[in-house]
Design a protein around this ligand. Structure first.
Ligand code: JFZ
Length: 419
């Protein structure tokens, strides 16, 4: 609840009437892939033989590692298995429409070729290449929108960066200088060196006044006017609303918004976390988020060698199989006019209501209460099997066939006039 409140403060509801001119693709996309990848991925949630659980990208903070000792880990970070085309084609196969990857997380390490810092994958690791260049190209080639996550305030590597209180004296920090010398120059590098970005995903604002945040946003807008900025840029200046982690609003929201979820219990790779959401859970979560009018951005945490965890690969592919057959009921939809029911949830397009059956009613009768439209036809999305239905006042009752009880989500299409 605390996280949700913090998130609400970041989002200025009065700004929801304002629309970014390039918001349409995002409204239709529905399914994004978040990737947390950095030095922490090599550590995998272990420091000095002690295992930490949850938020592996916070390991430096959890273990209170001094900045110079942490930085020395870069000398053995060598993601030789990283293959941009593999990641991008996995995303494609999974039905992903946009990808956001950590260019720099709170640890302060640039996963790209930054000229304004020495703490980068190119300068301080044996790998020496810029994986972000390759990934930006590979995703765009497949029609996937590409974006960067950038931790604009928290930077535990820099004496003047936000957040590192176990190592650097808080009272001596000069945030203005940090923004001037690292954060803003790095953001400018990311917005000029990697082609058109779908999204710049800022995180955890701090250290700036509202006016300074506005200046930051204005100076970056000039570089990429078409790029969407996440709400965590702060001060209500984002282009769409992000909910707190693993949070879906209880009812539909007529705004542009996104829910972000981890695939297991961490954003960054944790070698001892096997708690991955099954394809069934992902498919149902995606339907639930879409039925409230939002996008789901699901995170994966590749390891220090550059491998996406086995279960993430398998489960994303299975999700993609479902989407290939049922994508019409997710992509380009908004929430349906029937709220969540005991049997499931609804999404909609003009003239079509999609019924996502998550729990089949035992008597085979699907109730649509308050269905004040003229229904012309009901059929299964897969197989186009036409179903009979009855009308009782404003209730519509659909006779549904015996279904595969194991199916994660069976979709029916209701064609109608009116509304
Ligand atoms: C932030 C990061 O600290 C974390 O490591 C991860 O990258 C995540 C996606 O974002 O964590 C947050 C930030 C804001 C909220 C919750 C977690 N919030 O406001 O609900």
């Amino acid at each position: 609840a605390l996280a949700a409140n913090a998130q609400d403060e970041m989002w200025d509801k009065s700004a929801s009437g304002r629309q970014h001119p390039n918001i349409q693709w995002f409204k239709e996309a529905k399914f994004g892939m978040f990737i947390h990848w950095g030095l922490y991925s090599k550590l995998g949630g272990v420091w000095n033989n002690k295992r930490y659980y949850g938020s592996g990208e916070w390991l430096m903070n959890q273990a209170k590692v001094p900045a110079d000792i942490y930085a020395a880990e870069a000398a053995t970070f060598n993601p030789v298995n990283f293959n941009a085309d593999e990641w991008a084609s996995l995303a494609k196969e999974a039905g992903i429409r946009y990808m956001v990857i950590t260019a720099k997380h709170h640890e302060g390490f640039a996963m790209y070729d930054s000229k304004v810092s020495d703490f980068t994958i190119v300068k301080s690791t044996p790998y020496k290449k810029d994986p972000m260049k390759a990934l930006a190209d590979a995703t765009r080639k497949r029609g996937i929108q590409f974006g960067f996550y950038y931790s604009q305030f928290l930077d535990w590597h820099e004496p003047n960066g936000g957040g590192n209180r176990w190592d650097f004296d808080e009272s001596k920090k000069d945030y203005q200088r940090y923004y001037r010398e690292k954060s803003i120059p790095q953001l400018k590098e990311l917005l000029t060196g990697y082609g058109p970005l779908g999204i710049v995903w800022f995180d955890m604002p701090g250290g700036l006044t509202k006016q300074q945040t506005q200046q930051l946003v204005d100076s970056l807008r000039v570089l990429q006017p078409a790029s969407l900025f996440s709400s965590r840029v702060g001060q209500g200046l984002g282009d769409y609303r992000d909910f707190g982690d693993s949070e879906v609003p209880p009812a539909p929201i007529n705004e542009v918004w996104e829910s972000i979820y981890t695939h297991n219990d961490s954003w960054g790779y944790i070698e001892h976390d096997m708690n991955f959401k099954s394809p069934r859970e992902i498919i149902r979560l995606l339907a639930n988020v879409a039925s409230k009018g939002g996008n789901l951005m699901l995170n994966v945490g590749p390891d220090g060698k550059g491998n996406i965890p086995y279960y993430s690969v398998q489960y994303l592919k299975a999700t993609g199989k479902w989407l290939q057959q049922n994508g019409e009921s997710i992509y380009g939809t908004t929430y349906g006019f029937i709220p969540a029911q005991p049997w499931g949830v609804t999404t909609a397009k003009p003239g079509k209501l999609y019924l996502h059956i998550l729990d089949r009613p035992a008597d085979g009768k699907l109730l649509l209460p308050g269905c004040a439209v003229t229904v012309s036809k009901v059929y299964t999305l897969v197989g186009k099997r036409v179903l009979s239905f009855a009308k009782k006042g404003t209730d519509v009752i659909v006779n549904i066939p015996g279904m595969d009880a194991q199916s994660p989500n069976t979709v029916l299409v209701v064609e109608y006039q009116g509304k």
